[in-house]
Design a protein around this ligand. Structure first.
Ligand SMILES: [Mn+2]
Length: 332
């Protein structure tokens, strides 16, 4: 029976079943959910007899090397494709350089995502902001299509759930999320292995980077923030392109409601990572500044210099947090 809720599932599966060479794209600065949903869906489509192309504009961090098939992801695409599937991207900019390809605009696009701020840019939008991760939605799609799970698919998809929930610790972890994880473990995914590589280990250079960035830490009006200038990243020897998970650590400060980390990129733009404690919302400010995300975890990318981006974000946060506390006192 087709209920209103599974219309996008049905449409997505129809597009997939009629495709031969789908192009699967995950977002720039890929995280565990971007990589896991990309590789998991890719492996499943290959099992169905399709020849998917797995793509990401940025290189894949080495910590995901334990995921079977991660080496198949390419940064440039020259082969033809007859369907585009966008994974974990709230808007087209997150797809990187691929939308500039001549045939991109004339190819049907399935948008699979769980960001609250998703712009529904696909021909089919399989978007569920209540899902823990895009990987959880991919699992839902595969089960809808009755694709059998194997250990490789399961390892990739469980990686998405584990990393986006930081080990089942976020407020969107429901019994359904645990059941999804259970099915993936039953299919052969190892939760300890995934936890080990994604949550329990990090490059030593990342810890050095944290040390340098923590020395610049500021706490003002319950907003805790710091910055990672290019020179700091170089001095620490950190080769990744993000904040090495620092913003998720900062939001553990019990005097803060919001955490922000400003990362200066090689292209002189500033990557801004935002986190909030439950009851607060940083998605609105991120969206207002051209980014997106979830209520408790969002981000945006602003022009430099660093000090300008800091001023803009902190000012926008001040206004929005005042609005949020006003709303709270009005409601209470
Ligand atoms: Mn995600």
């Amino acid at each position: 029976m087709t209920t209103k809720k599974n219309i996008p599932l049905k449409q997505a599966s129809q597009l997939i079943r009629s495709a031969h060479c789908p192009l699967l794209i995950s977002h720039i600065s890929p995280d565990g959910d971007a990589v896991g949903s990309l590789v998991g869906l890719g492996q499943a489509l290959r099992q169905m007899g399709l020849e998917p192309i797995l793509a990401c504009s940025d290189s894949i961090p080495a910590r995901f090397n334990y995921i079977p098939g991660v080496g198949d992801i390419v940064q440039e695409v020259s082969d033809p494709f007859d369907l585009v599937i966008s994974l974990d991207c709230s808007d087209m900019e997150r797809l990187g350089h691929f939308p500039q390809m001549p045939t991109f605009g004339s190819t049907p696009l399935v948008n699979i995502d769980h960001h609250l701020t998703n712009l529904n840019f696909g021909d089919v939008n399989l978007v569920d902001p209540r899902a823990s991760s895009t990987a959880e939605i991919v699992l839902r799609l595969l089960e809808y299509m009755t694709v059998p799970l194997d250990a490789e698919i399961a390892t990739a998809l469980l990686t998405g759930i584990v990393t986006d929930t930081r080990g089942f610790r976020t407020s969107n972890v429901t019994p359904q999320v645990m059941e999804a994880a259970l099915r993936l473990m039953q299919a052969g995914a190892s939760l300890p292995t995934i936890t080990h590589y994604t949550l329990n280990r990090r490059p030593t250079a990342a810890i050095r980077l944290w040390g340098a960035a923590l020395a610049l830490l500021r706490l003002e009006d319950r907003v805790i923030w710091t910055s990672i200038p290019l020179a700091m990243r170089r001095a620490a020897g950190y080769t990744g392109n993000g904040d090495a998970g620092l913003v998720s650590f900062l939001i553990s400060a019990d005097d803060a409601d919001v955490a922000v980390v400003f990362v200066e990129r090689e292209d002189n733009r500033i990557e801004v990572g935002l986190r909030a404690v439950p009851g607060f919302d940083v998605a609105r400010v991120a969206l207002q500044l051209g980014g997106g995300g979830h209520a408790l975890a969002a981000g945006c990318n602003l022009p430099g210099p660093l000090e300008e981006a800091q001023k803009r974000v902190l000012a926008a946060l001040r206004v929005d947090l005042a609005r949020q506390s006003l709303k709270r006192s009005g409601a209470g």
